[in-house]
Design a protein around this ligand. Sequence first.
Ligand SMILES: C[S@@+](CC[C@H](N)C(=O)[O-])C[C@H]1O[C@@H](n2cnc3c(N)ncnc32)[C@H](O)[C@@H]1O
Length: 511
Amino acid sequence: MPNELPSDYADRLGMIYASGVSAEHKKSRGQFFTPTPIARLMASYSTSRGASVSILDPGCGTAILTSALAEHLAKNKSLRELHLTAYETDVNLISFSERSLAYLKQWLSDRGIVLSYILCVDDFVLQHSKKNSESGLFDIIISNPPYFKLTKDDERAQAAKNVASGQSNIYSAFMAIAAQQLRNRGEIIFITPRSFASGNYFKSFREYFFSTVDIENIHLFVSRKDTFGRDSVLQETVIMKGRKCKGNAHKHKIALSSSHGMKDIEKPSVKIYEASELIDFNTKEKMLHLPTTEEEERVIRLFKSWDGSLQKYNIQVSTGPVVAFRSQQFIYEKYRNGTVTLAPLIWLHNVNKMMLEWPLEKPAKGQYINITDGSKTLLLPNKDYILLRRFSTKDDKSRLIAAPYFSRTTKAAFIGVENKVNYIYRPDGKLEKEEIVGLCALLNSNLFDTYFRTFNGNVNVSATELREISLPPHEQIKYIGKTIIDTNDFSTTYINELINEIFELNHITYE
Ligand SMILES: C[S@@+](CC[C@H](N)C(=O)[O-])C[C@H]1O[C@@H](n2cnc3c(N)ncnc32)[C@H](O)[C@@H]1O
């Protein structure tokens, strides 16, 4: 194509390649090519002005990111040399990567800029463990890494262990290793799912990354569908640009922008935040909040003003110990008595907002569990609890769905809680009724759901996230509980009205 830009050429090669390989080929390699508008947006975050710039593009595909970055850097008239190191493991793709880089080399040469490159047909993560000593090499690292889960014993998880232990996904291994290979003040630009923002799996990654890199720009794609629409990647995605820092006090600012997808990518709304407003530097979790509306911002401020927590109120949250497929011999569909002693077994579908619906028959979800010597370690004493779903579906309006459980539900001495349900309890005592209803109401409120969504972009609700959540003063929680009990109105409409009134959020309309 006449005068075709290298990024457009790389995009065309990518589309040709992608149309010739199977969905399984792409999935197993985490191979989804970046559309050109996104590649250009990512490149535009670089402010590098050097005459000679070294670039790393790990998981380069057809080098669309390098191409877009080179086009951006070439606007700087003093640029003379680019030195690229790229990694790609898909051997069938390499001839496409080569073609793209040859085209880019010529394009740059026509502008008086020399491109030298090394294309490593190697695993970026495994290479890192061998090349540890070469860290601190690059001025700019740009990447759309593969995304897929790594098991603990995967050799790539092992290789990345010194920069971020307990890797749950290959993309965070890429990011952590990249941060290590950046020179001081060098730039890192990644597009990834937003799942690293919270949760236990990414905790050590966040600790390492946020203490090594000052985040300067974040762009959030609010719609799951639009970003990589042609590859149907259903993930909420973020672009993050940062700068390597050494021992800084996190006093920098972050420009947070968002767009629904690609259509409105060129005119995103941008807001500047203090880094400490978005990243919880002072907590162990180091969660990253990504508010996209003023309401969400106000809600984050309100939570930051609270210093209560489950731990402070001597309340614990744990995951239901009954793993159904391992406990089949103890589970019963129908109530029976005489030869067995049955207790209620609570599943996810029994837990609704402010209401436990048990028994509620559903195929293969037996509502009873046998109390025997073999099952006792799986059972909980029959006390009062709050039960909370660990997963919501994409169609659920709310991520947090909690029901009070009162011991009067059954005469049995124990109850079973299935593994997709979390339970909240006081380890060495009991929860008061007001506490249960008050906390349950807060968890089910629009207020908590809105807060939760600012850091959690998926459908899981982990016990760790709940342990870290800030809570209002204990007395206020009990007051909410008492008011609901006194009015005997457990509807979500009333709960939201009450909570909005108490926290002076009346004029907030949640999305
Ligand atoms: C999400 S794609 C992105 C490709 C390209 N950077 C782009 O933006 O279009 C990730 C690429 O990384 C490659 N890849 C997967 N695992 C890798 C690894 N361990 N080391 C290097 N490359 C890898 C895949 O084959 C794939 O081409």
